[in-house]
Ligand binder design. Structure first.
Ligand SMILES: *[C@@H]1O[C@H](CO)[C@@H](O)[C@H](O)[C@H]1NC(C)=O
Ligand SMILES: *[C@@H]1O[C@H](CO)[C@@H](O)[C@H](O)[C@H]1NC(C)=O
Ligand SMILES: *[C@@H]1O[C@H](CO)[C@@H](O)[C@H](O)[C@H]1NC(C)=O
Ligand SMILES: *[C@@H]1O[C@H](CO)[C@@H](O)[C@H](O)[C@H]1NC(C)=O
Ligand SMILES: *[C@@H]1O[C@H](CO)[C@@H](O)[C@H](O)[C@H]1NC(C)=O
Length: 244
């Protein structure tokens, strides 16, 4: 599908890396469902797992297995005992354990490595649209990055982009080069601004790198929380502690 520009660039670098020296650096991801409903989390590479409210799935990304990775949530799924079925959003070919990307719309956590600087590149992308609020943060002491997209995008979604359980990206709906950026040169659009205004940390179109691409040292661990609790509450709790 549409990868962010920097991930495409880093694929090139990593392909070289694979044949030179397998990296020993790995990243652990804790994927947490804080939503008041069941989700079917998905990761590529990684597969997929049903997560009831409060449950966590831990996966390990190894650069030798996949140079880039993505994590997303599927909603309203039904699977049979053999792991075959369907989801309302972000279905990955009708299987519980994903091997291909989910169908848009979906909020994506993306991960890649910039080998030339030994840094991980992380982002949240709304280029494929939105389905579930997400926070993507580093959990190692060496990096304290928090990227969030928690706005009520589904509730505020422009009517042309509305989809069952999500908010579409304009490329899926209109299939024009302006929205799909298939000329390799495109700028923000009125629809990308709708996403950017509500989730300024997230990719809203292909060349949105300066405000949407973040770095942590390779080897950092991460957490992806669906429906994260409001950060403001945490700040208030810290203030209360200091007052005591
Ligand atoms: C990637 O990084 C490793 C370790 O720093 C280095 O040995 C290797 O040459 C780099 N590979 C590329 C393709 O830059
Ligand atoms: C990767 O790291 C190199 C060296 O620090 C830097 O010049 C380059 O801009 C980085 N690329 C991305 C996409 O972050
Ligand atoms: C990441 O998590 C693994 C497993 O818990 C741990 O061994 C490793 O030290 C962690 N890395 C960092 C940089 O904290
Ligand atoms: C989108 O448009 C392109 C050409 O403009 C066409 O080749 C492609 O099949 C269209 N895709 C869909 C899903 O309609
Ligand atoms: C974006 O522009 C198109 C074409 O001018 C218009 O039809 C559409 O309503 C606009 N959407 C938003 C969200 O402003």
């Amino acid at each position: 599908m549409r990868f962010c520009k920097f991930l495409s660039l880093s694929i090139f670098r990593l392909i070289s890396l694979h044949f030179i020296t397998p990296s020993t650096l790995a990243a652990n991801f804790n994927i947490i469902n804080n939503c008041p409903y069941t989700l079917w989390a998905a990761a590529k590479p990684g597969g997929g797992l049903r997560l009831d409210q409060g449950q966590t799935w831990t996966i390990n990304f190894q650069p030798a297995v996949g140079d880039t990775g993505r994590i997303w949530a599927r909603t309203s799924c039904r699977f049979d005992g053999t792991g075959r079925g369907k989801c309302q959003t972000s279905d990955c070919g009708g299987v519980l354990e994903c091997e291909v990307d989910g169908q848009p719309p979906n909020t994506l956590a993306e991960f890649g490595q910039n080998n030339s600087s030994n840094m991980d590149l992380i982002d949240i992308s709304l280029i494929d649209g939105f389905n579930v609020p997400m926070e993507f943060s580093s959990t190692s002491s060496g990096c304290t990055r928090v990227i969030g997209c928690t706005a009520d995008i589904n509730g505020l979604c422009p009517h042309q982009l509305r989809a069952p359980g999500g908010c579409h990206n304009p490329c899926t709906v209109f299939n024009t080069s302006e929205y799909c950026c298939n000329t390799g040169n495109c700028g923000p659009t009125n629809y990308s601004r709708f996403f950017k205004d509500r989730c300024p940390d997230a990719y809203s179109y292909t060349f949105d790198d300066p405000s949407s691409s973040f770095q942590c040292p390779s080897g950092t661990n991460y957490s992806v929380v669906f429906c994260p609790p409001a950060r403001i509450m945490k700040l208030l709790l810290v203030c209360d502690d200091e007052d005591l």
